[in-house]
Structures are given as structure tokens and as C-alpha cells.
Design a protein around this ligand. Structure first.
Ligand code: NAD
Length: 499
């Protein structure tokens, strides 16, 4: 079977990685039916790294059959939770044993700093697998009292065959957030990674068998969203789609599900998260968190704190310190030890972000720093700060998904809350103040699935994550996610009630 080998000889990592490039179906790597391929591009220089197989509807159908067969014959209700948990823990062990190699692949494919991939993405992936390994034998129903003639109880049964469609910004982490709970609950899975970043998912596939998962329980079909992703969400024998990506694609998936078999859908979508900074903050810490909020992962985070509301009394001091901090962020080679920010993911995203910067200027906002390409090749963009932003500007309303912060001055708490809520999104928010009453009041008033107080982008595997409004449906992570990977059954046992 075809594979690609990459020799890393970098300051951060030296080693060789061999990645199979086919589709992974029923425990084997296979060629796609229509023999298509997708080029994987290095965002640092725009050069092709390798090509991987591109699946179509025919491959999705083969994968769904394999998953259904495995689910019925050797998975689902046939394997006790304690065993499923052991397999997930073994998978986490295998990932941990190869963590540096996975981090290097993620850094190569996405362009994120190796250090960030290693201590962020890969650790979060291992953590999610272990967290849900722990849940696998604790997914329990209740007995519910009705009357003395009936024993009644609930069961949380697996849903069946789950299609998991993930984006490119945290490829392995998003995938782990889905396979963790899906497999813990006893579902079979078909993974559809982003066509832009398939490498870590492919490298993970051989580890499933090593961890003890029967063939067919986890399958992977790479391919374009409009072809393989669409085929997965259309398939009549897929019971659920768990999706992370843009609001636009989320809408399509929901529409497709409604027109086919009404498969269950959970959606983790986009955001335009506000950070609200009051006069009384610890300035140094607030600057660091707000910077982490917007510039982490080059601004390519669904929770990016892209609208920064700053109270008038601290505005000038905040802007000065925030600017100095942004200018200190090292942009460059993901494998250099001191790099904070690498390139954006693709030429398309690069152009999209530069388009937003242009629109901000045309709408009358001021480019305070940045706003230009960084370097001469690849998809690097300077950390950018806009001031003089107005509520109706595109840069204030739309998700840019790049290192672009819009700073907005406010006077009163009420005004800040109103502006923070003036968006179709509702994924996350942060509030910075030393006044605990105000912190909690504002956190409760902003319409968002996550509210951070005196921090931003500080996630926890045990806490639910997801969106209000157009940022999504359902929740990922924590115990709450499990309800989206199980069907709830009520069992009524008649104890001698005669008709
Ligand atoms: P995208 O919607 O373009 O693609 C996401 C995935 O969907 C990819 O695998 C793609 O191939 C697939 N896809 C595309 N069209 C499809 C279709 N018609 N049917 C089925 N699948 C299809 O998103 P992206 O550009 O990869 O990721 C960026 C977006 O993801 C941003 O909007 C970001 O906010 C969002 N995101 C959200 C979260 C969250 O948890 N809320 C996390 C990360 C990213």
C-alpha cells in the first residue's frame, strides 16, 4: 500500500515519519474506487508535501457497510464498556509513545509551531482519549419509580454508525474529541478529515488495530467536503454526523440530514467571540490572555477573541501594552524553537483574511499595526490590530479566522454587554475585571456557550463546549457530550399487572 516518508531534520524535532496515504476501511488501507488524489501543501512555502487518496461516494458506501457490519457483529452492545475503555487507553498510550512524531506531522501539515502542536494539540488528543476511556464503563441509566406493578429503567445505547467530519485548524484534537466519546459509547465511526490536513489522522489509523479495536470499528475516508463529506451526510445508513467546521457547511449538513434519514446531527461551528476588558484589570495578565485569545493558532480558532471591548479608562494603556505584546510575537518557521505564529493554512485562507483587512480599511477602521503579508513566501500574515472599529463593519461582524483583532472602546457595562451580544454567533466570551460581582454578572449576560473570567482560550476536557445561536447545536467534551453519542431507551417491565 502506498505511503509517504518524511525526514524531519529541524531544531525542534529530528526523526522519520511514514504515513500511509490510502483510505482506511475495515482495518486495511485501500485504494479509492475512482483512484483520485489530493495534494497536501506545506503552508510555509506553498509546495506540495505529498498526495493522499481522495474518496468519493462509492468509498463512503464501502466504509459505511464495513462500519455497520463491525457494529453488529463485534462492537456496539457486544463489547462491555470496560473493554472499550481499555482500548481507548491503549490508543492514548500509543499516541503518547509517538507524540513527538505526531506533533511534527501536525506542525508540517498545519504550519503551527511544533512546541504548540506538542504541548497543545497532541496532549489534548491524548487527554480526550483517556478522559472518555474513563467514561466507557460509566455510561449508565437510572431506575425510575412508577408504581409497584412496574420496574422501569433507562439505558444509554450506542447510536450505531457515526460519521465524524473535522476541520483543519486542530486536526487530531478535533478528531479525538469525536472518536473519544463515540467509541466509549460503543459506536462505529467513519472519519472524514479536512482535505487540507489529512496526515495525523492517516498516521493514527494503524494504531487502532494495535489498541485492540476490531476491524471496521474505525474507518477513514479522506476526500473533498463537497464529495466525501456530502456523501457521508447523505448516506441512509449513517445514524449520526458529528461535525466541526464552518457555519455554512453546518447548515448544509443539517439540511442534508433533514432530507435523507433524519440522522442525528451535532454541530460545532464558527464564532466571533468578545473579550470585555474593564478599567480595574491586572493589565499585564489581561494583555497576555487577550493576546492568547486572538493570536493563538494564528487566529485560526473558533473561539478566537476577535472583538476586544476595552473600557475608556484603560483604553490607551491597554492598547499600548497589547501592541507591544503583539509586536513581540515571533512569526516564522514552525520548527524554529522561538516561533509563536506560523502561516495561515492555505492560499485561499490567506486571501480571505487579506480581503477582510482590506474591507476594514475601506470601512474606515484604522490599521494600528500589521495588516500585511509577513515574508515573501507561504501564507504568513502579520499580527494585526484594528482600532476605530464600528459595530456594523464586516471585520466586527464576520469570522475572519486569522490574526486580526478589532479593538472597540466602551464606557458602561450595559453598552459592553449589548455590543458583545450584537452577533449571530455565541461560542465563547471572556470578561476581565477584579470585581467579582461584575465578572459573574457580565459572564452570565453574554450569550455564549463558554464564558471565561480573567482568561481566554483556557479549555478543559471535562467541561462541555459548544455554541449558543449560530455557533452550533449540541456539546462536545465532558460528560454532556456522551448524550450526543447515545440513544436513550426507557424499558418498562410489567410485574404482574394483568389486563
Ligand atoms: P469547513 O466547513 O470548510 O470544513 C470542515 C469540514 O467539513 C472539512 O472536513 C470539509 O471537507 C467538510 N465539508 C465541507 N463541505 C462539506 C459538505 N458539503 N458536506 C459535508 N462536509 C463538508 O471548515 P474549515 O474551513 O475546515 O474550518 C474552519 C471553520 O471551523 C471555522 O468556521 C471555525 O470557526 C470552525 N471551527 C469550529 C470549532 C468548534 O468547536 N466550534 C472548532 C474548530 C473550528
Amino acid at each position: 500500500m502506498s505511503s509517504f516518508t518524511y525526514q524531519f531534520d529541524t531544531p525542534s524535532y529530528k526523526g522519520t515519519s511514514t504515513v500511509p496515504t490510502g483510505l482506511f476501511i475495515n482495518g486495511k488501507f485501500v485504494e479509492p474506487v475512482e483512484k483520485g488524489t489530493i495534494e497536501v501543501v506545506n503552508p510555509v512555502n506553498g509546495k506540495v508535501i505529498t498526495s493522499v487518496a481522495a474518496g468519493t461516494a462509492a468509498d463512503i458506501d464501502i466504509a459505511v457497510r464495513a462500519a455497520r457490519k463491525a457494529y453488529k457483529e463485534c462492537w456496539g452492545l457486544k463489547v462491555p464498556g470496560v473493554q472499550r475503555g481499555r482500548m481507548l487507553n491503549k490508543l492514548a498510550d500509543l499516541l503518547q509513545a509517538n507524540a513527538d512524531e505526531f506533533a511534527a506531522l501536525e506542525a508540517l501539515d498545519v504550519g503551527k509551531a511544533f512546541r504548540v502542536a506538542r504541548n497543545g494539540d497532541i496532549l489534548a488528543s491524548i487527554g480526550a482519549l483517556r478522559y472518555y476511556a474513563g467514561w466507557a464503563d460509566k455510561i449508565q441509566g437510572k431506575t425510575i419509580e412508577t408504581n409497584e406493578k412496574k420496574l422501569a429503567y433507562t439505558r444509554h445505547e450506542p447510536i450505531g454508525v457515526v460519521g465524524a467530519i473535522v476541520p483543519w485548524n486542530f486536526p487530531l484534537t478535533m478528531l479525538s474529541f469525536k472518536i473519544g466519546p463515540a467509541l466509549a459509547a460503543g459506536n462505529a465511526v467513519i472519519l472524514k478529515p479536512s482535505e487540507l490536513t489529512p496526515l495525523t489522522a492517516l498516521r493514527l489509523c494503524p494504531l487502532f488495530a494495535e489498541a485492540g479495536f476490531p476491524d471496521g470499528v474505525v474507518n477513514l475516508v479522506n476526500g473533498y467536503g463537497s464529495i466525501a463529506g456530502q456523501a457521508l451526510s447523505e448516506h441512509m445508513d449513517v445514524d449520526k454526523i458529528t461535525f466541526t467546521g464552518s457555519t455554512l457547511t453546518g447548515r448544509k449538513i443539517m439540511e442534508t440530514a433533514s432530507k435523507t434519514n433524519l440522522k442525528k446531527v451535532t454541530l460545532e461551528l464558527g464564532g466571533k467571540s468578545p473579550s470585555v476588558i474593564f478599567n480595574d484589570v491586572d493589565l499585564e495578565q489581561t494583555v497576555k490572555w487577550a493576546s492568547h485569545g486572538i493570536f493563538m493558532n494564528h487566529g485560526q480558532a473558533c473561539t478566537a477573541g476577535s472583538r476586544i471591548f476595552v473600557q475608556a479608562g484603560i483604553y490607551d494603556r491597554f492598547l499600548k501594552a497589547f501592541t507591544e505584546h503583539a509586536l513581540s510575537l515571533k512569526v516564522g518557521d514552525p520548527f524554529a524553537r522561538d516561533t509563536y505564529q506560523g502561516p495561515q493554512i492555505s492560499q485561499t485562507q490567506f486571501e480571505r483574511i487579506m480581503g477582510y483587512i482590506k474591507s476594514g480599511k475601506e470601512d474606515g477602521a484604522t490599521v494600528h499595526i500589521g495588516g500585511e503579508r509577513h515574508g515573501n513566501e507561504g501564507y504568513f500574515i502579520q499580527p494585526t490590530i484594528f482600532t476605530e472599529c464600528k459595530p456594523n463593519m464586516k471585520i466586527v461582524q464576520e469570522e475572519i479566522f486569522g490574526p486580526v483583532a478589532a479593538i472597540i472602546k466602551f464606557t458602561t457595562e450595559e453598552e459592553a454587554i449589548e455590543q458583545a451580544n450584537n452577533t449571530v454567533y455565541g461560542l465563547a466570551c471572556s470578561v476581565f475585571t477584579r470585581d467579582i460581582d461584575r465578572a459573574i454578572r457580565v459572564a452570565h449576560s453574554i450569550e455564549a456557550g463558554t464564558a471565561w473570567i480573567n482568561c481566554h482560550n483556557s479549555s478543559e476536557l471535562s467541561l462541555p463546549f459548544g455554541g449558543f445561536k449560530q455557533s452550533g447545536i449540541g456539546r462536545e467534551l465532558g460528560e454532556y457530550a456522551l448524550e450526543h453519542y447515545t440513544n436513550l431507551k426507557a424499558v418498562h417491565v410489567n410485574i404482574g399487572h394483568r389486563l
